[in-house]
Each structure stands twice: as structure tokens, then as C-alpha cells.
Design a protein around this ligand. Structure first.
Ligand SMILES: Nc1ncnc2c1ncn2[C@@H]1O[C@H](COP(=O)(O)OP(=O)(O)OP(=O)(O)O)[C@@H](O)[C@H]1O
Ligand SMILES: [Mg+2]
Length: 139
């Protein structure tokens, strides 16, 4: 499904709809160029899921954790050079049925992503502030 987004406000509205489909155990993979809007979407999604804490990009730490009101692991893999770096920090242990896992630049570790993950590919739209989100259907 292709979703045309006209503005940041529409990205936030998309996040609210997406949040309704996110259940514990979900793995959400985000791909797209620098500035495509992955982190903006994650921030809006976590807000919609009820996270009250400030959400920061885990660019240097690889992963940030949230525990209230649900367990969320937010990865940003922009800086990794090899999938082994993610296995080294125990990636498989993060894939737990009670946790939601969100991964920016997930295409850097495609071979480690479980099959049931949902992929969203973000790209720039034709006008300023516009974006196109290509969303895989939820099961
Ligand atoms: N519709 C939109 N949705 C999301 N971001 C938008 C939109 N329109 C403009 N922007 C702007 O585009 C930028 C998106 O940055 P963001 O950090 O979310 O991208 P990113 O894909 O996470 O990039 P990176 O790969 O560098 O982490 C922000 O400056 C944001 O204000
Ligand atoms: Mg980002």
C-alpha cells in the first residue's frame, strides 16, 4: 500500500493510525534516505503509543529502550558497517514476544529480520514536506 503524505502533520496522523496496529511482538522496519522522515515517524508513533519520555535518535547508541506503557526497542543502524555489530549487542535477545522493535535502516541487516516484520519504505515526494510511505500489509 502506498500512502502519500503532504506534510509533517500527515506523518503524525499516519503514526496515530499505525499505532493502532502495533501489538507486543511487532517488528517494524523503516528504510529510506537521510532525512526521509524515519525518526520523525518513530517519535510520532511512540507518542501515539503513549510514551511520555522524550524520544531521541539512537544514532550513537544503536538502540534506545522504553518501558512505559510498553516495552519498545528503537534501533538506528545508520552507523553500522556489518550486521555482526548488531549481533554483538545481542540483537536476537531484543526480539521478544512482549516487546515492540522498531528499526531505522533495517535494510542494513535484512538477513537478521524475522519474516513477520512489517516494512515501511519512506521516500521524498514531489513537493516540499511531502513524502511517500510504501507500507507492507499487516497480517
Ligand atoms: N512529511 C514529513 N514527514 C517527516 N519529516 C518531514 C516531513 N516533511 C518534512 N520533514 C522534515 O524532514 C526531516 C526528517 O528527518 P528525520 O530525522 O525524521 O529523517 P530520518 O529518515 O530519520 O533521517 P536519518 O536517516 O538521517 O536519521 C525533518 O527535518 C523533518 O522536519
Ligand atoms: Mg533517523
Amino acid at each position: 500500500m502506498e500512502v502519500r503524505i503532504a506534510s509533517i502533520e500527515e506523518t503524525e496522523e499516519f503514526a496515530v493510525q499505525l499505532a493502532k496496529k502495533i501489538k507486543p511482538g511487532a517488528v517494524l522496519c523503516l528504510t529510506g534516505d537521510l532525512g526521509a522522515g524515519k525518526t520523525t515517524l518513530v517519535k510520532a508513533l511512540l507518542k501515539a503509543l503513549g510514551v511520555m519520555e522524550a524520544v531521541k535518535s539512537p544514532t550513537y547508541t544503536l538502540v534506545n529502550e522504553y518501558h512505559d506503557p510498553l516495552i519498545i526497542y528503537h534501533f538506528d543502524l545508520y552507523r553500522i558497517k556489518n550486521p555482526w555489530e548488531v549481533l554483538d549487542i545481542g540483537f536476537d535477545d531484543y526480539l521478544r514476544p512482549e516487546a515492540v522493535v522498531i528499526i531505522e535502516w533495517a535494510d542494513r541487516i535484512t538477513e537478521l529480520i524475522p519474516e513477520e516484520a512489517v516494512w515501511i519504505r519512506l521516500s521524498y515526494g514531489p513537493t516540499e514536506g511531502s513524502r511517500v510511505f510504501e507500507v507492507e500489509e499487516f497480517q
